[in-house]
Design a protein around this ligand. Sequence first.
Ligand SMILES: O=P(O)(O)OC[C@H]1O[C@H](OP(=O)(O)OP(=O)(O)O)[C@H](O)[C@@H]1O
Ligand code: HPA
Length: 183
Amino acid sequence: MLRRLIESLESCPMVRRGEYNYFIHPITDGVPIVEPALLREVACAMVCVMDLAGVDKIVTAEAMGIHIGTTLSMMTDIPLTIMRKRQYNLPGEVAVHQSTGYSSGELYLNGIERGDRVAVIDDVISTGGTMRAVIAALEGAGAEIADICVVIRRGEADVGRPFTTLVSIEVDESGVHVVDTCR
Ligand SMILES: O=P(O)(O)OC[C@H]1O[C@H](OP(=O)(O)OP(=O)(O)O)[C@H](O)[C@@H]1O
Ligand code: HPA
């Protein structure tokens, strides 16, 4: 079922970002090209593995959760909000600090009301810094997190809550190796 995702991961290029081996893939980077069939495969798998019952809103983080979140939103008719790296100063905006293996900054949550039941999705989890920031923002806003799903798990990050992944990978100098799948 995840044939396109697995094959494209195992053949994708990699670059160094400081000490970090950064793999480059359509789902995590939007380059070189995002094939509709791959996006459909990923979003269909998410619909299958996630608990979306009673979910009011899908939450993702800028930038590379957006194409996945949009596809899932269109398939499920559940509205989407995107945590942005830009501050809007709207009433109720929640700011949190995000750090990854190669960057750090702020993320801003808008559009969530106390008691909202939300599903969180993202493209990849590596250090878990982004997901921990997203969870902290949602807790700060008083949301109930129904489910969390990331397409690609890289490593063993702990985000303090269970989450589902479509594939788990290991990355070394020779490239990406898929070591587990959700089905
Ligand atoms: O588990 P972590 O170490 O936090 O890494 C995962 C995060 O890194 C990437 O985001 P990034 O902040 O690079 O922004 P982008 O989506 O704009 O590329 C990716 O989209 C995840 O959100
Ligand atoms: O190696 C990576 N590639 C793409 N996106 C990422 N986000 C965290 N790590 C990575």
